[in-house]
Design a protein around this ligand. Structure first.
Ligand code: CP3
Length: 320
């Protein structure tokens, strides 16, 4: 889950000087903010500072981060003609800054903790690219998925190919595990997720399988667990809406997955004794298989740093 970000004064100090995309594209600064949560919170792994949307920019889609609005694509991709205008980027030329940041982080960490790389799933990346940014109902995306599913799958396949090159580049630069974010996978019902979202995701998983451990994150998608039980990833990461014990039960015996999660990110806004109580509950519910303790989604900007620290310390006290 997101480790760096606006809840950290040290991150905000850097963001006062540079905008978000410049931060992503300046390897020395990206490496610095990657290390902040490791030094300040004492987490057991670093997450490279970047964004899932960067490969879409590399494909030629103009990307802006407008203050308060989050990411926007001023020229969304909504037709087959729009797809044809996208580029097939050389990732070393267009995304080399991410690989440089990864190399710097590995060097600066010097084995202290492992570094995770990441990317979005094609469905989740397309959600932003087709909609032109975040959205409440994702109507353009969903209309396309019903009106011309083959056309949309051309886009998803193009995004999958770029993602494979991008993620292999992260591994070559030193990523020791990769997380795939499917933040909007849960928009689809089980059958449509299998038909629309799974094929390009499988393409990525099959290309990366066995190279480094793969973590797949789904948000709002516990109805997809029957399909996820068959996804050949090493770790399944879930949001906070179901206890991990129930997630494990629904996955069934045939899925020897390590689970990651799943404290409600809003629980970090609670008083510290309540954070400790809820963290202990998450650890308890995670028993019965491998468990990477984490939040169920990205950390919220309002979270006091002391609360984030209390979470990490509570895990370290109880987990082993
Ligand atoms: O240490 C880390 O946290 C790693 C970096 C990281 C970022 N984004 C940096 C970031 C990671 C892993 C992501 C993933 C990401 N980006 C996802 C998938 C996970 C999720 O949150 O569901 C998505 C959907 C995005 C796209 C994105 N980037 C959105 C929707 C936003 C706006 C969010 C908001 O809080 O307003 C971003 C911006 C972003 N990416 C920030 C950070 C630290 C905040 C930017 C800022 O400094 O203003």
């Amino acid at each position: 889950m997101r480790q760096a970000g606006r809840y950290l004064p040290e991150y905000r100090a850097i963001r006062q000087k540079v905008d978000f995309l410049t931060l992503c594209k300046t390897p020395e600064l990206a490496a610095e903010v990657t290390l902040q949560p490791v030094d300040i919170l004492g987490v057991d792994a670093a997450i490279l500072f970047a964004d899932i949307l960067l490969p879409l920019e590399a494909m030629g889609a103009e990307l802006q981060f407008v203050k308060g609005d989050g990411p926007t694509f001023p020229s969304p991709v909504r037709t087959r003609e729009d797809i044809a205008r996208l580029r097939e980027p050389n990732v070393d030329e267009t995304l080399g800054y991410v690989f440089d940041a990864m190399r710097l982080v590995r060097r600066e960490l010097d084995g202290r903790v492992p570094v995770l790389g990441f990317g979005g799933t094609p469905w989740t990346l397309a959600a932003y690219l087709v909609e032109g940014g975040g959205s409440k109902h994702f109507e353009h995306l969903l209309a396309w998925s019903y009106g011309d599913p083959e056309g949309l799958s051309v886009l998803l396949d193009r995004v999958a190919d770029v993602s494979i090159a991008y993620l292999l580049g992260q591994i070559a630069a030193g990523a020791q595990a990769l997380q795939l974010f499917d933040t909007w996978g849960g928009l689809l019902d089980l059958d449509r997720w299998r038909i629309v979202a799974l094929p390009p995701l499988r393409k990525i998983v099959d290309a990366l399988k066995g190279k480094v451990p793969l973590i797949y994150y789904i948000n709002g998608g516990t109805h997809l667990l029957p399909a996820l039980a068959e996804l050949p990833v090493d770790v399944l990461s879930v949001d906070w809406r179901l206890p991990l014990s129930e997630v494990r039960r629904r996955l069934g015996d045939g899925a020897p997955k390590i689970l990651q999660g799943n404290l409600d990110p809003a629980a970090l806004l609670a008083p510290i004794p309540e954070i400790e109580r809820r963290t202990a509950a998450v650890i308890e519910q995670g028993r019965g298989g491998g468990h990477i303790v984490n939040l169920g989604h990205g950390i919220l900007p309002m979270v006091p740093v002391e609360n984030a620290k209390a979470f990490v310390e509570a895990v370290k006290r109880t987990a082993i």
